[in-house]
Design a protein around this ligand. Structure first.
Ligand SMILES: *[C@@H]1O[C@H](CO)[C@@H](O)[C@H](O)[C@H]1NC(C)=O
Ligand SMILES: *[C@@H]1O[C@H](CO)[C@@H](O)[C@H](O)[C@H]1NC(C)=O
Ligand SMILES: *[C@@H]1O[C@H](CO)[C@@H](O)[C@H](O)[C@H]1NC(C)=O
Ligand SMILES: *[C@@H]1O[C@H](CO)[C@@H](O)[C@H](O)[C@H]1NC(C)=O
Ligand SMILES: *[C@@H]1O[C@H](CO)[C@@H](O)[C@H](O)[C@H]1NC(C)=O
Length: 435
């Protein structure tokens, strides 16, 4: 009687554990199903069908014993799995929009050293393909594709990304990866295949001469690294990435980088002159048609950034300890302090390599800077827009992006004089994170 009671109690406890495990496993396999591609056929979870039904039919001890050993083996498997997840590996996603200094901030992680696998804008390919195929108009489909590609990449699986690369890689070899040289991880010796004569220039690495990118080699190298970081300017809504935060295989840290929308617009008008030709014309005319599509688009961008930040700052359970908001202006003024904070938040060591990169690149002289350059005198750069953006345009941004400016602590200007008076700071001191 006593033995029977003990067995059934232990058995009950074991069942509770298994139930928990099953939940996790089915969540994982749900996710695998979502991002299934021809290259990665869905694996059945392989567990539910081998597990006997646990109820009153377990009467004999031998049956119970075999059930126990099965449970034991499965729990062993589970703890192995868990070990992989909790070994301290971090997955950092730097979320930004164009012209917010994200290349510069991305370097903070790209320069970390041998422990980091860094990818620079892999979603460029996804956006390009979706734009070609559907005009990029289906926001739901785009969000899902971005999310699934990011999730796979954090697991060092390039297969879904490959399906978006044009031309389609053959045997996982590509010459077309967007800005490969901006990921030092893709130019390491272990990922550098032999140079093919005549094709060198198109996919060179800065640090060494490499042949076409072998994504199998990239994946193998990624798996060897302790941490993984991805920078992207293409995710519209943080909430779309919730499955990544909840993926038990990942320990994702979201860093949202924002910048004064007036500065962003000023910068885009220079960097993307053709795309922003309407804005340039309005700047000359001193007149902005407030109901123009371009103005609506600006408002939409501001709203997306603000909504993401509002969710992040509200810290719902799924984002707890996973979200950090950073203003570009603070990074430009205090690069070392902010980098240290970002590393502390991410939970990875701040290496001397990063430190020396920051020192070197925040004191660079003006002469070395180009439109896409990250080598700028960053404290000087941060105020430049105030002298290039006409007051009329600044007013329009304040009107349609008002709540965004308020949330991030960017002061409104009420006159041309205030705009160009450098003694008046437009950046309120603000602490966003509860570290
Ligand atoms: C219990 O076992 C019986 C017979 O083996 C089966 O028909 C029934 O579905 C089981 N119940 C549960 C809750 O698994
Ligand atoms: C444990 O994992 C191995 C390898 O993944 C698998 O072959 C085996 O079936 C698993 N055992 C159980 C009991 O799930
Ligand atoms: C947009 O994409 C989603 C998800 O792929 C799909 O279910 C939906 O039908 C698409 N909508 C349109 C208008 O094509
Ligand atoms: C790509 O790398 C993998 C893994 O190192 C290797 O097996 C394969 O042969 C390489 N492909 C080519 C075309 O070199
Ligand atoms: C960078 O700009 C700031 C502000 O204008 C200035 O004080 C500093 O001397 C500049 N540093 C370099 C290295 O040019």
């Amino acid at each position: 009687m006593r033995i029977k009671y003990t067995i059934s109690l232990v058995f009950f406890v074991a069942l509770v554990i298994i139930e928990k495990e099953n939940n996790i496993i089915s969540r994982v396999s749900d996710k695998l199903a979502l991002k299934q591609t021809p290259q990665t056929p869905l694996q059945p979870s392989g567990l539910s069908h081998i597990l006997p039904k646990h109820n009153a039919s377990f009467t004999t001890l031998s049956k119970t014993n075999s059930a126990f050993s099965l449970i034991k083996r499965r729990l062993e498997n589970y703890s192995q799995h868990k070990e992989v997840v909790t070994r301290g590996r971090k997955h950092i996603l730097l979320l930004a929009t164009t012209r917010t200094g994200s290349s510069f901030v991305g370097e903070f992680f790209n320069q970390q050293g041998d422990n980091m696998f860094f990818l620079f804008e892999p979603l460029w390919h996804v956006e390009k393909m979706l734009t070609l195929e559907t005009g990029g108009t289906n926001a739901t489909a785009s969000a899902k594709a971005y999310r699934d590609v990011l999730q796979q990449l954090f697991l060092c699986d390039f297969s879904l990304l490959e399906s978006f690369i044009e031309p389609l890689p053959v045997n996982h070899i590509t010459t077309g990866l967007f800005r490969r040289e901006s990921s030092s991880s893709l130019c390491e010796k272990s990922v550098c295949s032999p140079v093919i004569k005549g094709f060198f220039e198109r996919y060179r690495c800065r640090s060494r001469r490499c042949g076409p990118l072998n994504l199998t080699m990239a994946s193998e190298s990624c798996l060897q690294k302790e941490h993984r970081a991805i920078k992207s300017v293409r995710v519209r809504q943080l909430e779309n990435l919730r499955p990544l935060a909840e993926d038990p295989r990942l320990d994702v840290k979201f860093i949202q980088l924002v910048r004064d929308p007036r500065a962003v617009l000023a910068s885009r008008m220079v960097a993307f002159a053709a795309k922003y030709k309407n804005w340039k014309q309005w700047a000359i005319d001193g007149e902005v048609p407030i109901d123009d599509d371009e103005v609506r688009k600006l408002k939409g961008n501001c709203d997306n950034i603000r909504l993401s930040a509002e969710i992040g700052l509200r810290q719902p359970a799924w984002l707890r300890r996973r979200y950090m908001l950073v203003r570009y202006e603070d990074i430009a003024r205090f690069p070392m302090r902010k980098a240290t904070e970002m590393y502390r938040f991410a939970g990875i060591p701040f290496t001397p390599q990063v430190k020396s990169w920051i020192l070197k690149n925040t004191q660079a002289s003006k002469e070395t800077s180009g439109v896409y350059s990250t080598q700028k005198n960053s404290s000087e750069q941060v105020e430049k827009w105030r002298f290039s953006l006409p007051f009329k345009i600044a007013q329009v941004v304040q009107k349609v992006c008002g709540p965004t400016l308020k949330l991030f602590g960017y002061k409104f200007v009420s006159s041309e004089e205030m705009l160009t008076d450098k003694s008046i700071s437009l950046i309120e001191d603000k602490v966003f994170n509860f570290l």
